[in-house]
Write a protein that binds this ligand. Sequence first.
Ligand SMILES: Nc1nc2c(ncn2[C@@H]2O[C@H](COP(=O)(O)OP(=O)(O)O)[C@@H](O)[C@H]2O)c(=O)[nH]1
Ligand SMILES: [Mg+2]
Length: 481
Amino acid sequence: MPIDGASEDTICAIATPIGEGGIGIIRISGPNATGIASQIVRLRTNRVFDTLPTHTLHLADIISAPCPQPTSSSARSVMQERIIDEGLVVYMKGPHSFTAEDVVEFHCHGSMTILRRVCEACVVAGARLAQPGEFTKRAFLNGRLDLSQAEAVLDTIKAKSEFALSIAQRQLRGELGRYVQELRTGLLSLQALVEAGIDFSDEDISFVSRDELITGLRNTAAQIQKLLDTTQTGRALRDGIRVILAGFPNVGKSSLLNSLIHDDRAIVTDVPGTTRDLIEEAVIWSGLPITLVDTAGLRDTVDVVEQEGIRRSKDAQSQGDLILYVVDAIELQKSGIPNSPIPVCGPKHLVVLNKIDGLAPLIKLSLCSTLAERLDQRILPVSTKTGEGLEELKMAITSRFLTASFEADEGVVISNTRHRVALEQAFTAVMQALSSIQEGTQAELLSVDLHDAADALGEIIGTITSNDVLERIFSEFCIGK
Ligand SMILES: Nc1nc2c(ncn2[C@@H]2O[C@H](COP(=O)(O)OP(=O)(O)O)[C@@H](O)[C@H]2O)c(=O)[nH]1
Ligand SMILES: [Mg+2]
């Protein structure tokens, strides 16, 4: 996809999801949108399409485009003029459209056959099938959206929870873009002052004092850090988190899954090795989209099916965001806490002590505290049988990903890895600039650091972007968006 060939041709695509629906929409965008629409639209008012006022909706027959080459068979030409569907047609004159180009939409009946045929008619009339995300890419290339807003279009479509939607929509309204643009402008102003100083260095004129520079850069660094602090929560809210239930066989992993989702999803028996495949269930807790994954218990076994289950369990654990390591309290009380190292103390682990209904209260307390001390982390005592501790467990899971100060309805939130990486680069360059000043490095080098920091911020909003980056971003979109 050429970066600068955006508005040469007119593109078309089905804009609604694949499948049956009440309405299906085909969208065309580009310089010849009205020319193409005129060929395949017969307005019920008999008006000529080109004369329609912009942003108005009209009832029309949509017909197969007249074939560019005349044919001898009259039957064929009847076929060619055949009505595909009746529907509503809307014309949005650029630049007041999503892409900032002339756009026409056909609102037809939601049948894939109809939608495909209308698309074909558009192509015969001169349109090209759009590539994934090409409408949004054009909106970006035509200056309607900055790059962070273009990415937010996809986040909005894919939002899995209300919080995720709120973050995406604020980004779509340009809040992140404005924040980043302000930081970038500040850096560029500082850079200009530093460079002016270089130009006039013979005349001993200083355009910015050392203290002003340091204050300005420290402020910028703090603001970038503030954005970076929102990343974990932002990402969790946007993409959701995978919580893996792991542990030895028979400790109650499947029972825990069932209790947490209030359903009998996984088979529970007292036979070790019951769960062999991964069982996934989606829930939303405190606005956080979570996938709970029950897995096969880890043990040595000769059963090949169970071995495969264990392999999958290990895979799931390595890819999960959080591992609930379930321990059987009754067994532990019987066998005692082993002296050998217990491999459940990683930052991704949360230790759940299940079956506490089987312990006397005092024993429960002492077992919990000994285990907590031994593992040097918090233990969550629960009983899937009585429901004790389950609410606390849910809170412990969500609070890991939702920082206490986080307010989804205000402030700019970073939910995109590309943005995080660019912010980290900007932060490093600003810190480098600060140490350059402190070390008394030449102004030329300082200017380079400031330039690098501004460039990194520019990548977020797309002021500085390579074709590769654009291609990667828009290839994630669906066709028609
Ligand atoms: N007393 C008691 N038994 C439990 C509890 N949770 C599970 N169990 C029992 O432990 C056995 C194994 O449970 P299951 O969920 O299949 O364990 P998994 O192999 O880890 O998935 C079953 O007999 C359950 O009824 C609990 O909280 N208390
Ligand atoms: Mg199980």
